[in-house]
Design a protein around this ligand. Structure first.
Ligand code: UT7
Length: 332
């Protein structure tokens, strides 16, 4: 059985910066509230004329491939995590495959929201371990701005999300690399953080756009308080699970890269694990919560800033819609 290494990471965020003051001009909120409750100062929103989930992913992928020293023609599998794919179907994996000019390689979409990147990483890891694929592109990319309720009613949710894409190239290696991944879900809470429409197969009526009178179902709905309470518990559990599975202690972690949901959540985990400031990477201040994009964007920036070096023990953890939660422990 082979092991899997992350050979390169990359990211792309749209050019348009949206500050808290910008949001305060269109909804009843203010910079002070957003910074205090979330840690976010600004986020990126796409230019609809220019950015799509797939082309942002292509830019992130090219950076990851360059850093990995991998030629695009060597990519043999795409695992694409997004809940905001360009079309209702097909998924964005095939669009990325087309955009990169790749012929007939398999592409798979994973729809697990904030945990999506770790689910995708885990999926790719299994295919590499068994020897089936050798150069896998794992993507987390999201356009949340078009699904936000940017009215006063939606202010509790709209201020936290942003757009962006991250990518990783995974390859086999002889030992270590991805040490373990841990995936969980609890569908009892599906409606606590969701976009209801288009209604999928649940309702034929809802699939007839001319019959839709209430369009609020197309926007992100989140029971923020409840999500927060579950998040802090599950983050801790799943990180501990990863450490226990590898007979390691929290002191062994060189860098924790948590899904960027809320700086208060990251700070809480850091405090509980008693990790020094330089052992936890956060960039939510600049990008908000980019759902599946958040971990690979953070990994890419942390790597570029020299905060991840070969041999480091890197821990990833995420929690979000589903609910789903997950972790990965990686010897870089
Ligand atoms: O990534 C997937 C997982 N997602 C998460 O983990 C997100 C988890 N949840 C959260 O991060 C937080 O719940 C939020 C940041 C979304 C909200 O923060 P909160 O501290 O839970 O605020 P709240 O919803 O309890 O609202 C507190 C107050 C309310 O006013 P009253 O009732 O106390 O007078 C809200 O109306 O803040 C008010 N409020 C706002 N005020 C200004 C809510 N949103 C805003 C806003 N600007 N944007």
């Amino acid at each position: 059985m082979k092991h899997t290494r992350i050979a390169g990471v990359g990211h792309y965020v749209p050019e348009r910066v949206v500050t808290n003051d910008d949001l305060s001009k269109i909804i009843d909120t203010n910079n002070e509230w957003i910074v205090e409750r979330t840690g976010i100062h600004e986020r990126r929103f796409i230019d609809p004329e220019k950015d799509t989930v797939a082309n942002m992913a292509a830019k992130a992928s090219r950076m990851a491939m360059e850093r990995a020293g991998v030629d695009v023609k060597d990519i043999d599998f795409i695992v694409f995590a997004t809940i905001t794919s360009d079309y209702y179907f097909p998924g964005s994996g095939v669009l990325l495959q087309r955009e990169l000019g790749l012929e007939s390689i398999p592409a798979m979409d994973i729809k697990n929201a904030c945990s999506g990147f770790i689910y995708a990483l885990s999926t790719a890891d299994q295919f590499i371990k068994t020897g089936m694929y050798k150069n896998v592109l794992v993507i987390g990319a999201e356009i949340q701005s078009s699904a936000l309720d940017l009215t006063d009613k939606g202010r509790g949710t709209a201020v936290i999300f942003g757009d962006g894409a991250g990518a990783a190239v995974l390859q086999p290696r002889e030992s270590e690399g991805i040490l373990s991944t841990h995936l969980h879900s609890d569908g009892r809470f599906a409606e606590e953080l969701y976009v209801k429409d288009p209604g999928g197969s649940r309702s034929n009526e809802e699939r007839q756009p001319d019959q839709i009178l209430d369009t609020s179902g197309f926007k992100v709905h989140m029971n923020g308080n409840l999500v927060f309470k579950h998040a802090v518990v599950r983050f801790m559990e799943v990180i501990q699970e990863a450490l226990d599975a590898n007979n390691m202690k929290k002191e062994d972690i060189d860098l924790l890269v948590p899904h960027q949901a809320n700086l208060r959540i990251s700070n809480y985990i850091q405090q509980k694990l008693e990790l020094a400031d330089d052992k936890v990477y956060n960039n939510i201040m600049r990008y908000g919560n980019t759902t599946a994009g958040s971990i690979p964007i953070a990994l890419s920036e942390a790597w570029a800033e020299g905060k991840i070096k070969d041999g480091d023990l890197v821990c990833l953890a995420a929690f979000g819609s589903g609910f789903t939660w997950a972790s990965a422990l990686i010897r870089w």
